[in-house]
Ligand binder design. Structure first.
Ligand code: IPM
Ligand code: MG
Length: 355
């Protein structure tokens, strides 16, 4: 089992270190190799996704990823910005299916900004298409000013685009996932305005014919954004495009109390996967030892389940996280009256002890 470890920037290094601690505490053998990615790779090699890092990722069974990005790179040309590393990994590895579960642990029901009764028992799975849509549309660009400068551009454009096979395969992933859950899929689109999403809706409806045991409904993205905070428990599996999935998964994360709790898995057709917390690099809190490593630790559990075929180990990690929460141990983001506030590394240690 070969794991490429790409901690990245900001809190990425701190949280990945805790996930590694947990993986090493299992009685399993892994080959782990670490490489630079994002701003850290740009600083060292002049590129956010060096050839050697991409090669390591492609040759591994799974990638454990931290986070990338920092404001200090905002002025770089787009292809050199840290975010391009994760987009490049997704595209090159064909990681089209992004699983972002939003589960509310009952111990954290008071950590959410929503009323406890709205979110108690919440268990939603957002499935975000990850290699198409406006993120990868062509053409894209800015119409430069007569003197050739971008700064003076008069127009900018990104094109939204999906192909039939791209929509079909993500629809199948969603229906298959729903079969193992409560058998309900909500497909989120903007078919009332965008051609791309009328196309999306039509194809999802077609694919649904192969899954008569699963209920399908369609929802416009603006309504979905509202329903997620109004009545989140109405959802089971939500399937949507790259851009809407990016936005809705951040929204859904706060239903669970903290974005610091949300793991994610990005899979390709051969189950090779990249595992990362749903949150970003949070440069404002980097190095302070206050980041929540649980999203990354839970991502490592997803890695064991989906790419390394170690279901039992995945469940052990998930049970250990529940135990630590039940013990009242909390990082700052999920701290509330009556619980014990601990640091990033203390949280990793607590999970290891619970294991
Ligand atoms: C995410 C992030 C990324 C995205 C960024 C860092 C490129 O927000 O994984 O949700 O937009 O997909
Ligand atoms: Mg995002």
């Amino acid at each position: 089992m070969k794991i490429a470890v790409l901690p990245g920037d900001g809190i990425g290094t701190e949280i990945v270190a805790e996930a590694i601690k947990v993986l090493k505490a299992l009685d399993l053998r892994f080959e782990m190799e670490t490489a630079l990615v994002g701003g850290a790779a740009y600083d060292a090699h002049g590129h956010p996704l060096p050839e050697s890092t991409l090669k390591l990722a492609m040759q591994s069974d799974a990638v454990l990823f931290g986070a990338v990005g920092d404001w200090k790179y905002d002025s770089l040309d787009r292809p050199l910005r840290p975010e391009q590393a994760i987009l490049g990994l997704r595209k090159n590895m064909g990681l089209f299916a992004n699983f972002r579960p939003a589960i509310c642990y009952h111990e954290l029901v008071n950590a959410s900004s929503l009323k406890p009764e709205l979110i108690a028992g919440l268990d939603i799975l957002i499935i975000r298409e990850l290699t198409g849509d406006i993120y990868f549309g062509q053409p894209r660009g800015r119409r430069v000013s007569p003197d050739g400068a971008f700064a003076g551009a008069e127009e900018a454009f990104d094109t939204m685009r999906y192909t039939r096979p791209e929509v079909e395969r993500i629809a199948r992933v969603a229906f298959e996932a729903a079969r193992k859950r409560h058998k309900r899929v909500t497909s989120v689109d903007k078919a009332n305005v965008l051609e791309t999403f009328q196309f999306w809706k039509d194809i999802v409806t077609e694919v649904h014919k192969d899954y008569p045991d699963v209920a399908l409904d369609h929802m416009y993205v603006d309504n979905a954004a509202m329903q997620l905070v109004k009545e989140p428990k109405r959802f089971d599996v939500v399937v949507t495009g790259n851009m809407f999935g990016d936005i809705l998964s951040d929204e859904a994360s706060m239903l669970t109390g903290s974005i610091g709790m949300l793991p994610s898995a990005s899979l390709n057709a051969s189950r090779q996967g990249l595992y990362e917390p749903s949150h970003g690099s949070a440069p404002d809190i980097a190095g302070k030892g206050i980041a929540n490593p649980l999203a990354t630790i839970l991502s490592a559990a997803m890695m064991l389940r989906f790419s390394l075929d170690q279901e039992a180990a995945a469940q052990r990690i998930e049970a250990a996280v529940k135990k630590v929460l039940a013990q009242g141990l909390r990082t700052a983001d999920i701290f509330s009256e009556g619980t014990q506030r601990i640091s990033t590394s203390q949280m990793g240690d607590a999970v290891v002890k619970a294991l």
